[in-house]
Design a protein around this ligand. Sequence first.
Ligand code: IPE
Ligand code: IPE
Ligand code: MG
Length: 255
Amino acid sequence: MARNTPRLPDSHPSGAKPPTLDPRHTPKHVAIVMDGNGRWAKARGLQRTEGHTRGEGALFDVIQGAIEIGVRYLSVFAFSTENWRRSPEEVRWLLGFNRRVIHDRRDSLNEMGVKVLWAGRAPKLWQSVIKELKAAEELSKDNDTLTFQFCMNYGGRAEIVDAVQRIAQDVEQGKLHPSRISEKTFRKYLYQPEIPDVDLFIRSSGELRLSNFQLWESAYAEFVFSNKLWPDFDRRDLWAAIENYAARERRYGSV
Ligand code: IPE
Ligand code: IPE
Ligand code: MG
């Protein structure tokens, strides 16, 4: 059965339209560290969790803005392998929150032609969260407007170590010869090998670090750091970062 034509994203409430860019200057893959929810809440005398709640709206605005401007792959950091160090209350709250977000948003993402993929480690992550992630993946698997990589219990080093373990297993079973392990082979063992390298890496909240996000994939990414806290971020900030990116010269070591 032919799929329905995807529904167009809603416009931003301000009526703002994406800048016109040469498609060659539009990043294919944008990765975002959605940071600053706790500070946003603290500045208003609210609980940290209120900041996360407000971040959901920012994320869905940014997803729609990514579709409008023609980004093909969007990866977002929702929960890191290091976030287990937070209080048990906040960890529990965040897992339940993300489970609810995936469940509630999957139909509307699917209608817009968004393909959802989960990247992260299964051990320790709640089965009920994994179940929602898998359901969203299954529902949206034939979509191709935008591939949305939801990084949940994700760490860049964990991803590399997990790849090494699977490579070692294949070598042990005689499926792979050590001399055949190239960068290209290695890549096939990452969580979502179909997603290309990161072109543009964005972090909100003014922190100037990677915090273990998309380490392998960002080897030649361009970086844009925004001082806005994530709940204040919207698609116009994404577009501004992309315009900044479009003006840069990427050289990959050549001249
Ligand atoms: C980002 O906001 C969300 C997660 C890391 C889950 P934070 O919760 O890190 O907010 P800040 O950095 O404390 O302001
Ligand atoms: C990175 O933000 C993880 C996510 C956004 C999910 P953190 O707030 O956890 O990172 P650090 O602790 O400032 O490095
Ligand atoms: Mg933070």
